[in-house]
Design a protein around this ligand. Structure first.
Ligand code: NAP
Ligand code: FE
Length: 368
């Protein structure tokens, strides 16, 4: 029952929470706003935020070059700009890509002389990152509630997680209205990501009473919505998904993720499959493998009960919801498996996959 729980982020939720708490924006005198091409505008965040910054006399520079699966090189460039304009804090707006990028940019802006991959070296990254505010516009990654920043390395083929003690957002504003413009297909993908976080966290040996409660609550919030396959999302559904995704983000801040995550990375980077769907492809394998272990079987049964369903349904429906259907040659399978074979996440599930089993799983899904 013993646990430690470090949660330095203040979460502020509800419709209008940004405007109602505008005084919290004064983390500095010049904000670097980090976002994607259009999500900050389409979600309505910029319309709310910029007048508040103007009224508070806070200068800002918008860096809107973040693409999906943020490249470390773009983050490095963003950090240089943050340094040049004299930004003293960062506001990340968007899905997991801009929020993760904001954490890296906050580190590069404070350490403008380091090379891109030196961000992973705490000694080179000597100056603490600039403070960060996160405003999510998707309900999925939970980046607003953890210190992880998942960056695509310069080869474009691999992802590597950056984290620093200051990478936790100081404040995260959770307004479900900002997720309303997210199209249905992307909403499903993000919900699948949050659900994967919950189940992978719940089975991890690192789970604590805090992460467990977050994971089980997430399961009960998300599954009924995913299972109903709505063609439109009501404000109440958007609210449930956003807060559940944040809860699952807290859960993985304690435990990390399990093997559907690395298995999915190849499909995302080589085949363009959105992150949540790429994980969901392998959720059935995750359930079947872990059910062979004593801990896995017991935990999975509790998790399915909390979701309001049974394990067979989850093992069947999660991969079906991914809607991923590729056929690969043996060489393409080998290329994908070799890219992800070394990930640390494999050790974070009751059932630890061997490389041969990773090949077998890929062949079972994708062999021609
Ligand atoms: P995303 O890559 O941030 O965004 C996907 C797409 O949705 C983009 O085209 C984006 O537009 C658009 N979008 C975002 N919000 C919108 C809105 N409200 N209305 C309309 N369009 C909107 O998607 P994501 O699934 O949230 O994030 C995935 C990334 O997070 C991956 O890089 C993954 O590795 C990472 N991740 C991080 C964690 C963590 O713990 N930190 C956990 C899981 C995954 P724009 O291009 O304009 O932004
Ligand atoms: Fe994820």
């Amino acid at each position: 029952m013993n646990f430690t729980f470090n949660f330095p982020t203040r979460l502020i939720s509800g419709e209008g929470c940004l405007t109602a708490n505008a005084d919290l924006l004064a983390l500095g005198r010049h904000a670097l706003i980090v976002t994607g091409r259009s999500s900050a505008k389409r979600s309505g965040v910029l319309d709310d935020l910029l007048p508040l910054l103007d009224a508070a006399g806070i200068a800002y520079t918008v860096f809107d070059r973040i693409t999906e699966n943020p490249p470390i090189l773009t983050c490095h460039a963003g950090g240089q700009i943050g340094h040049e304009v004299g930004a003293d804090f960062v506001i990340g707006i968007g899905g997991g890509s801009p929020l993760d990028a904001a954490k890296a940019i906050a580190a590069f802006a404070a350490n403008p002389a380091i090379a891109p991959e030196e961000i992973y070296d705490a000694e080179k990254r000597a100056v603490p990152s600039l403070p960060i505010i996160a405003i999510p516009t998707t309900a999925g990654t939970g980046s607003e509630a953890n210190p992880y920043s998942i960056l695509t390395l310069p080869d474009g083929l691999r992802k590597k997680t950056f984290t620093a003690p200051e990478s936790w957002p100081r404040y995260s504003f959770l307004d479900p209205r900002y997720t309303a413009s997210l199209p249905v297909a992307a909403t499903v993908s993000c919900a699948l990501d949050a659900f994967a976080h919950a189940i992978e966290s719940y089975l991890s040996a690192k789970s604590t009473v805090v992460s467990e409660q977050m994971a089980l609550w997430t399961a009960g919030q998300i599954w009924p919505i995913l299972a109903a396959r709505p063609t439109e999302y009501t404000p109440a559904m958007r609210e449930s998904l956003l807060y559940a995704a944040t809860a699952a983000g807290i859960a993985i801040s304690i435990t990390g993720t399990g093997f559907p995550h690395p298995l999915g990375y190849s499909l995302t980077l080589l085949d363009g499959v959105p992150h949540g769907r790429a994980c969901a492809v392998f959720d059935g394998d995750y359930i079947i493998c872990n059910a062979r272990t004593e801990r896995g079987a017991a935990r999975l049964a509790e998790f399915a009960r909390a979701a309001g369903t049974d394990l067979d349904t989850l093992a069947r429906e999660l991969p079906a919801l991914s809607e991923v259907d590729f056929r690969f040659t043996e060489a393409q399978i080998a290329e994908r498996v070799e890219l992800i074979a070394g990930a640390k996440n494999y050790a974070n599930s009751p059932y630890v996959l061997s490389k041969d089993e990773i090949y077998a799983i890929y062949r079972a899904h994708f062999a021609k």
